[in-house]
Design a protein around this ligand. Structure first.
Ligand code: ADP
Ligand code: ASP
Ligand code: MG
Length: 423
């Protein structure tokens, strides 16, 4: 007997028929002798629908008062899901009970729309499990210390599931989704993408942080911190497939590097369209300039990602950095009104039509020339690189958004990711 957490994403919960399937699958695991906690997302499209309603009425400015209400509204999607799933489980003859985040003490900080889980009270869940119940807990939501409802950011149900698995010391957390595992890149963009049977924790962390939306990055961080065994697998296999087969399917996130993974220099390609670039032109090149520019940006709580400072000419330089697109307007305003004049920049420009494409692989540690191969492959496609950033196991480039798919496909080919290395 094992203690298992299942997480089902929105598409997997998309209709009452699908919810019935989820219930049948979970019931199969219970009948095989396991203790089960299930964390579903809102039915597909529901979170967008709820936030869309709010947007119709909203004055536009993202004040804390507005964000508080957005969280209260968005969290209802998961509340409906847990109720429906508990009913479906009861119809399968299971003793099932549903809870929202606050009912089982999922405590978070108060950063509405991107709250962080601080602790989870496992007592109630454990008591139900010991009484033989299937416990269904909302993904995506928690409660702050003043009892305000919070949400964990889009895709946050992954994080709820792993955090709950860590709190109750589950044997495994299975993330059921609409693809059958983690692929070398998003299979929707590159049909030749291959599923990996394992991926190292470090690579998964990079892939998620660089834009692979298959797992929310914080879920991977939790899995690493608490060593939660975690697997991504399909909810679209027939619910009655052999449980042993199901338990081994998909992609396992591993915490040890095996030899096979060392062989692949680049394991995956991630991309994201969530950033925008801002540039200060003609800034006097003198000590302290980066701080004078980025200090006020940090003070305004705007996260900066890629930074580039050009070689100076006649004592002047250009300074660019990327921010999340949601922060673009604020960043531009700050640069135009405050920072630009303060550092005597000649001009401030911005570009929202950029994207970041990254190659990821722990094999990059021990191989040289990987980045240059990436640059060559992009140049062969005539794609201009605007910014570059590297770390031990990744290289990212910022390019024009319109070349994103072309770049991802070219790199996927260049690094032989469509070839089966596991044979
Ligand atoms: P869920 O609703 O189950 O949480 P998501 O839409 O959040 O599902 O995540 C699954 C999707 O992630 C897939 O449909 C796929 O398009 C996308 N995706 C992006 N990168 C990858 C990748 N490297 N491997 C697998 N899927 C990926
Ligand atoms: N329902 C939330 C969202 O759409 C959380 C999730 O699906 O993980 O972002
Ligand atoms: Mg998701």
């Amino acid at each position: 007997m094992a203690l298992i957490v299942h997480k089902y994403g929105g598409t997997s919960m998309g209709s009452t028929d699908l919810i019935r399937n989820v219930a049948k699958r979970v019931a199969k695991w219970v009948r095989a002798g396991h203790q089960m906690v299930v964390v579903p997302s809102a039915m597909s499209g529901e979170t967008n629908r709820l936030l869309g309603l709010a947007k119709e009425l909203s004055p536009g400015k993202h004040t804390p008062a507005l964000l508080r209400e957005l969280d209260a509204i968005a969290a209802t999607g998961e509340q409906v899901s847990v109720g429906l799933l508990a009913i479906a489980l009861q119809a399968e003859g299971m003793d099932a009970v549903s809870y929202t985040g606050w009912q089982v003490g999922v405590s978070t900080d108060n950063s509405y729309t991107k709250a962080r889980i601080e602790s989870i009270d496992d007592a109630k869940v454990k008591a139900d499990l010991d009484a033989g119940r299937v416990v269904v807990i909302t993904g995506f939501q928690g409660v702050d210390e003043d009892r305000n409802i919070t949400t964990l950011g889009r895709g946050g149900s992954d994080t709820s599931a792993v955090a709950i698995a860590a709190a109750i010391k589950a044997d495994e957390c299975l993330i059921y989704t609409d693809v059958d595992g983690v692929y070398t890149t998003d299979p929707r963009v590159v049909p030749e993408a291959r599923r990996m049977s394992t991926i190292s924790f470090e690579e998964m962390l990079e892939m998620a942080s660089l834009g692979s939306k298959v797992l929310q990055i914080r879920s991977v961080e939790f899995a690493g911190k608490y060593r939660v065994p975690m697997r991504v697998l399909s909810s679209f296999t027939p619910w009655d497939i052999d449980i042993e087969e199901e338990a081994k399917s998909g992609t396992l996130i591993t915490f040890e590097e095996d030899e096979q993974m060392e062989q692949a220099v680049v394991s995956g390609i991630a991309f994201n369209r969530d950033e925008a670039k801002v540039t200060l032109l003609g800034v006097p090149d003198k000590p302290g300039i980066a701080f004078q520019i980025l200090g006020p940006v940090a003070d305004a709580n705007i996260d900066v990602d890629v930074i580039i400072q050009n070689v100076s000419q006649d004592g002047k330089t250009d300074f660019s950095f990327t921010v999340h697109r949601n922060d673009y307007q604020r960043a531009m305003e700050l640069l135009e009104k405050v920072v630009g004049p303060a550092v005597q920049a000649a001009k401030v420009t911005g570009d929202q039509r950029i994207c970041k494409v990254s190659i990821v692989g722990i094999g990059m540690r021990s191989h040289v020339g990987v980045a240059s191969k990436m640059f060559r492959s992009l140049s062969e496609e005539g794609i201009n690189i605007q910014m570059i950033t590297t770390s031990e196991i990744k290289t990212s480039v910022v390019i024009d958004e319109k070349y994103m798919e072309l770049a991802v496909r070219a790199l996927h080919r260049a690094f032989d990711l469509d070839q089966d290395i596991e044979a």
